[in-house]
Design a protein around this ligand. Structure first.
Ligand code: FE2
Length: 435
């Protein structure tokens, strides 16, 4: 399928928008903040910038048009697989100005290629565009973990009023039966979302919203981190080794509990979904409540499956684009990095899924009980290192995107994955119960 001229133009425009947002994200931070490795599990922001450029050059210029790389000598340094995060802080990296120049030069090449050859079926360009968006979320994780605040501060975003009723423990029911799982053919998707297939799922209940800070605080203050019986052996060991007593980004002092947001410390908001949980903490919380984490099949069914029509919705609420993209004023999902954190659970009531679950897209990534594997009939594409090398018993799947995920990337079939001890992600949880 040849993309029409309009589709090619839309991709060029989309690449331009993504770039504007990337540059705006790092603009307020100092060179030092951008170039320093703040943490062994995250890259210096300047690495991400140059990596975005290297990836674009590799796919949109070298592989798409067969032209030589602009900087073959940088290929290994900015290949995520060749150079793991822990090594990125101790290598000679491009500084901020050099990385920005690399980005601009590659973009010029990529647009020239697009002009000459068009976008083909558009898939490679869409992949590169989404890759840039995904890295802006990774960069926000690094910024949050290092508690970087720009010298001039950040504008405080408007947030919806507290909702005050949902705790995360309210349930909605999902009837048993078949559903479809995975991305439908004919839309852009990653290899691990394909092929779309049928799954049989017994009836279950799932949280109407993610678990809120107030509910998680109850677990913290009720000895949740001291009750051995709620933790797996591995989770307990991790908690003991690192002296974990509350979610990442929380602290307690004379004025009570507070949490770190992108713009600084804020009193812990009781109604907002809890974030920066490891899988171990999410799993222990679920056990303490006589519940469990949903499987990813259950999660996707609760997010998309319309029992009445026997079809999966494109988004939990239907086919309209998320708020912000649709421009119709509806409040469906907290995405696109505008809120600097989650908004009160159930505040976005236009986003209900067919079973009545809220906040399935945006706000927080939600841990599932499922380990990361390929769907039946999985074929790696366009390269094994995208997802196949991560398949196995260690990585757990997260679903739904967070407040820091861009609308263009956030779909209910998108699968994220990480190790069970990691909590730099904007990750929370939603409970599930057997029927
Ligand atoms: Fe990447």
């Amino acid at each position: 399928m040849e993309a029409t001229r309009t589709a090619t133009e839309e991709l060029a425009e989309g690449l331009g928008t993504a770039r504007e947002l990337t540059l705006a994200l790092v603009a307020p931070y100092s060179d030092d903040q951008v170039e320093t490795a703040h943490n062994a599990i995250m890259s210096p922001l300047a690495w991400d910038l140059a990596h975005i450029a290297a990836y674009e050059d590799l796919w949109l210029v070298h592989r798409y048009a067969g032209e030589p790389l602009l900087h073959p000598e940088l290929a290994d340094t900015y290949d995520a697989f060749e150079t793991p995060r822990a090594e990125r802080g101790s290598m000679r990296l491009l500084n901020r100005a050099e990385a920005l120049e690399y980005l601009a030069e590659v973009r010029e090449r990529a647009l020239a290629v697009l002009d000459r050859h068009g976008a083909g079926d558009g898939r490679v360009h869409e992949m590169v565009l989404r890759h840039e968006y995904q890295h802006t979320e990774t960069m926000l994780q690094a910024i949050a973990l290092a508690r970087l605040v720009p010298e001039g501060g950040l504008p405080v975003p408007e947030r919806p009023a507290p909702h005050g009723r949902d705790t995360g423990l309210e349930r909605v029911t999902v009837p048993g039966g078949a559903c479809s799982l995975g991305a439908p053919a004919g839309t852009f998707s990653y290899d691990n979302e394909r092929p779309c297939h049928r799954a049989e799922v017994p009836a279950f209940s799932i949280g109407r919203t993610p678990i809120t800070n107030a509910t998680f605080l109850h677990f913290v203050e009720g000895g949740g981190y001291e009750r051995r019986e709620w933790w797996t052996d591995e989770g307990w060991q991790w908690k003991e080794d690192y002296d974990i007593t509350h979610p990442g980004g929380w602290s307690v002092g004379g004025t009570g509990w507070r949490c770190w947001r992108l713009d600084g410390w804020a009193p812990l908001h009781p109604d907002e979904p809890v974030v920066h949980l490891s899988w171990f903490e999410a799993d222990a919380f679920a056990r303490a409540h006589g519940a469990r984490l949903p499987t990813e099949t259950e999660w996707e069914k609760a997010a998309t499956w319309d029992q009445e029509t026997g079809t999966a919705r494109r988004y939990p609420w239907g086919s309209e684009a998320p708020a912000g993209e649709a421009g119709d004023g509806a409040r469906r999902a907290n995405l696109d990095q505008d809120a600097f954190g989650p908004v009160p659970a159930a505040a976005l009531s236009d986003g209900a899924s067919p079973c009545g679950a809220l906040g399935m897209l945006g706000d927080t990534w939600e841990w599932t009980s499922t380990t990361f594997h390929g769907y039946p009939g999985f074929v790696p594409h366009p390269y094994k290192e995208y997802s196949e090398v991560f398949f196995g018993p260690r990585y757990r799947v997260l679903r739904g995107g967070s407040w820091a995920t861009r609308s263009r990337v956030a779909t209910p079939t998108f699968r994220n994955w990480d190790l069970p001890e990691r909590r730099q992600i904007f990750s929370g949880l939603r409970l599930a119960w057997d029927a």
